[in-house]
Design a protein around this ligand. Structure first.
Ligand SMILES: [Zn+2]
Ligand SMILES: [Zn+2]
Length: 451
């Protein structure tokens, strides 16, 4: 018998085992999350979880909304169990995961506390994981909304010196969420959760395409894990509109699993693709120019629809070596960098530096990729067919729950969307659809589709 194990069919709780999984991809997959408790009324289990994880005095971190949603309950169960605690509630309405917020948490931290309990979703969890890493304490998250996939990840999406960055941080030992509370989260956060899950169609598709073209590491078991959980989400997604607890649980499970899948793979591939880079671009512009932006998952949902729109048209492309080489020959990196600086402001510098290291616009590297693309064009089309739903399916689902589907709903013009598609190539050193289109000299075709 093969020494590797099949874990793609296991339930979320079964993936937590201490020894992890020896995988046929050659990696050993393991998560730092020890307990996941999701259900009605489960916050009563916090005292026993605190003790189980070696805590005697928790430090609670919340904002005013999340404290109201779940913090009061956390306080009451701790008091009922005679567990002492300290608490910091952010006074500001618009909390951002930046130096100020981490500084506030650190300056108000009670050093006699031996475990940190974050109470919230995206922002509080990102800050809580940072505080846990800095203070060397264990971390528990009491989720208040199924809005993003960072619950089980060991990185934090932060804003440093006004620029969006992903920083290494602690991973939650315990994720606990009361379904009664998260089902009552603002509807926009439920919509965002669905958006961040729909993104997984694109992420898995692009991961496979990149594996084929660049030889990047890929694990089929992790991909199946994410696919299966996405399927469950989609099947019940309509129920989100009426806050059906089963639908909410499927989204939350899917988001937690996606975070875990990224940890298993050691890269963000299982959970993010071009749709996430669209969202990053909009966040970068918001920081730089004060333009509109929205919740991560809302933007990612819109990005997914845009990506599917492009993928729907891919079959109409007849790849041409001459056309691709001509386009690469015409490309002027200096001019392109000025576009990035004008479009993204100071945060363009990081993208320009990344290209100096990566050299994706290098003409020889382009030629090599192009030959692989031409040779495997049918395989690329097959992967797209296997992985992606039509654009209409995603639009109908988002419509069903009342989520925005069109960039114009965020006030974005088609010119801005086209520029976003171009800049999305440069956000990370990862192969995505905008890179494939550039390699083929077909980026203008895609721009016309988005116009
Ligand atoms: Zn694997
Ligand atoms: Zn996401």
């Amino acid at each position: 018998m093969n020494s590797s194990e099949n874990f793609a069919d296991l339930a979320l709780s079964e993936l937590l085992r201490e020894e992890g999984f020896a995988c046929s991809c050659g990696k050993h997959h393991k998560t730092d999350v020890k307990d996941i408790i999701i259900g009605s009324g489960v916050l009563d289990q916090i005292p026993e979880q605190v003790r189980k994880h070696g805590g005697s005095k928790p430090f609670l971190l919340a904002d005013r909304n999340t404290f109201h949603a779940a913090g009061e309950k956390v306080v009451s169960v701790l008091e009922a169990s005679n567990i002492p605690y300290s608490c910091y509630i952010y006074p500001q309405e618009d909390l951002e995961p930046n130096e100020l917020a981490v500084g506030q948490a650190a300056m108000n931290f009670d050093v006699t506390c031996d475990i940190i309990i974050g109470i919230g979703s995206g922002t509080i969890n990102d800050i809580g994981k940072m505080l846990a890493m800095i203070s060397g304490r264990k971390y528990m998250i009491v989720g208040t909304a199924p809005s993003m996939d960072g619950y089980a990840s060991n990185t934090s999406s932060m804003i440093s010196a006004g620029i969006k960055v992903s920083l290494p941080s602690a991973c939650a030992s315990v994720i606990i969420a009361d379904l009664d509370i998260i089902s009552r989260a603002p509807m926009k956060m439920l919509q965002a959760g669905l958006g961040d899950m729909l993104a997984k169609y694109i992420s898995i598709c692009e991961w496979r395409i990149s594996h084929l073209i660049t030889g990047e590491y890929y694990c089929e078991q992790i991909a199946s894990l994410v696919r299966r959980s996405l399927k469950r989400c989609i099947e019940s997604a309509k129920g989100l509109a009426v806050r059906d607890p089963e639908a909410v649980k499927n989204v939350l499970d899917g988001l937690i699993l996606s975070g875990m899948a990224m940890g298993f793979a050691g890269i963000s591939r299982p959970a993010s693709g071009i749709e996430h880079y669209f969202s990053h671009v909009w966040d970068m512009r918001a920081l730089e120019f004060n333009t509109n932006n929205d919740l991560h998952g809302i933007q990612v949902g819109i990005g997914t629809v845009l990506a599917l729109k492009i993928y729907d048209q891919i079959t109409s492309i007849k790849p041409s070596r001459e056309k691709a080489l001509w386009h690469a020959e015409q490309f002027n990196l200096e001019e392109y960098n000025s576009f990035l600086r004008q479009f993204l402001g100071s945060s363009a510098e990081n993208l320009i530096l990344l290209e100096q290291k990566e050299g994706k616009y290098d003409k020889d590297k382009h030629k090599q990729r192009l030959e692989t693309i031409l040779q495997h064009w049918d395989d690329i089309l097959r992967i797209i067919k296997e992985e992606l739903p039509g654009q209409k399916e995603a639009v109908d689902l988002l419509n069903e729950v009342g989520a925005p589907i069109d960039p114009s709903e965020l006030g974005f013009s088609s010119d801005l969307v086209i520029n976003t598609l171009h800049a999305a190539k440069d956000i990370r050193d990862k192969y995505s659809i905008s890179r494939l289109l550039w390699d083929l000299g077909e980026l203008d075709m895609a721009s016309e589709i988005l116009a």
